[in-house]
Design a protein around this ligand. Structure first.
Ligand code: 5GP
Length: 189
C-alpha cells in the first residue's frame, strides 16, 4: 500500500537488531486516518471470507485491529499477556517469544470469546520471525476456529516469518513488505 510505504520512508527509523521504529504513526502515536485506509484495504482483500471476528495480540496490534474491525463490522479479541495463573480450563493459552523485548510471554484468550463458529482474521503491526502469528494460530486451533488469513501492516520480508506462516497454508496480506533495511536504507519488495 503506497500510503503506508511513503509514511515508513518519511517517518520510519531503522534501529540496531533489524528493528524498524514506527512509533510516530503506528505503535506509540497512532495515525488513525492511516489505520482506516489500512482497514479498508484488508476489508477489500478479505471481502469474500465472511470474517466474523478479528484476533490480535497485546499491545501494538490492538489499535490497528480496532480501526480495521470498524470496516468489517466485527468485534476484536486480543490475546492478553498474562502473569496470573488462570484457573485451568477457563482460557486458551500459548507461549510467544518476543522479537523486540526478548523473553517469552504467556498469552491467553478466554474460552468465552473464541470458538468453532469463528472465522478469524489475524491482525498485527509487524511480521518478523512469525512467532506472534504462530501464537495466534495456535489459540485459534485450540478453539477450533477457522483462520481465514492474516493482515499485517509491515512485513520484514528478509526475516523468515512470512515464509513460515504461508507454508502453513495461511493467507498473509502485508500492506508494506520490506526487502532490506541495510545501512538504514529501506527498500520495499
Ligand atoms: P515476530 O513474532 O513475527 O518475530 O515479531 C512480531 C512482533 O514483534 C510484532 O507484534 C511486533 O510488535 C514486534 N516487532 C517485530 N519486528 C519489529 C520491528 O521491526 N519494529 C517494531 N516496532 N516491532 C517489531
Amino acid at each position: 500500500m503506497r500510503e503506508l510505504e511513503e509514511r515508513i520512508r518519511r517517518d520510519g527509523i531503522v534501529e540496531d537488531g533489524n528493528v524498524l521504529k514506527v512509533d510516530g504513526f503506528l505503535n506509540h502515536q497512532m495515525d488513525v486516518e492511516l489505520f482506516a485506509a489500512m482497514g479498508r484495504e484488508w476489508a477489500r482483500l478479505f471481502s469474500r471470507e465472511e470474517v466474523n471476528k478479528i484476533l490480535t495480540i497485546e499491545a501494538s496490534g490492538i489499535g490497528i485491529a480496532c480501526i480495521a474491525a470498524q470496516q468489517f463490522g466485527v468485534p476484536v479479541v486480543f490475546a492478553k499477556k498474562s502473569r496470573t495463573k488462570n484457573i485451568a480450563g477457563e482460557v486458551y493459552r500459548t507461549e510467544v517469544p518476543s522479537f523486540t523485548h526478548g523473553g517469552v510471554s504467556t498469552v491467553i484468550v478466554s474460552k468465552r470469546f473464541l470458538g468453532p463458529a469463528d472465522r478469524l482474521l489475524l491482525i498485527d503491526d509487524f511480521l518478523a520471525n512469525g512467532a506472534a502469528l504462530e501464537g495466534l494460530i495456535d489459540l485459534a486451533r485450540q478453539a477450533g476456529a477457522a483462520v481465514v488469513g492474516a493482515g499485517i501492516a509491515v512485513e520484514k520480508a528478509f526475516q523468515p516469518g512470512g515464509e513460515r506462516i504461508r507454508a502453513k497454508g495461511v493467507r498473509v496480506e502485508s500492506l508494506a513488505r520490506i526487502r532490506s533495511m541495510e545501512g538504514g536504507r529501506i527498500e520495499f519488495c
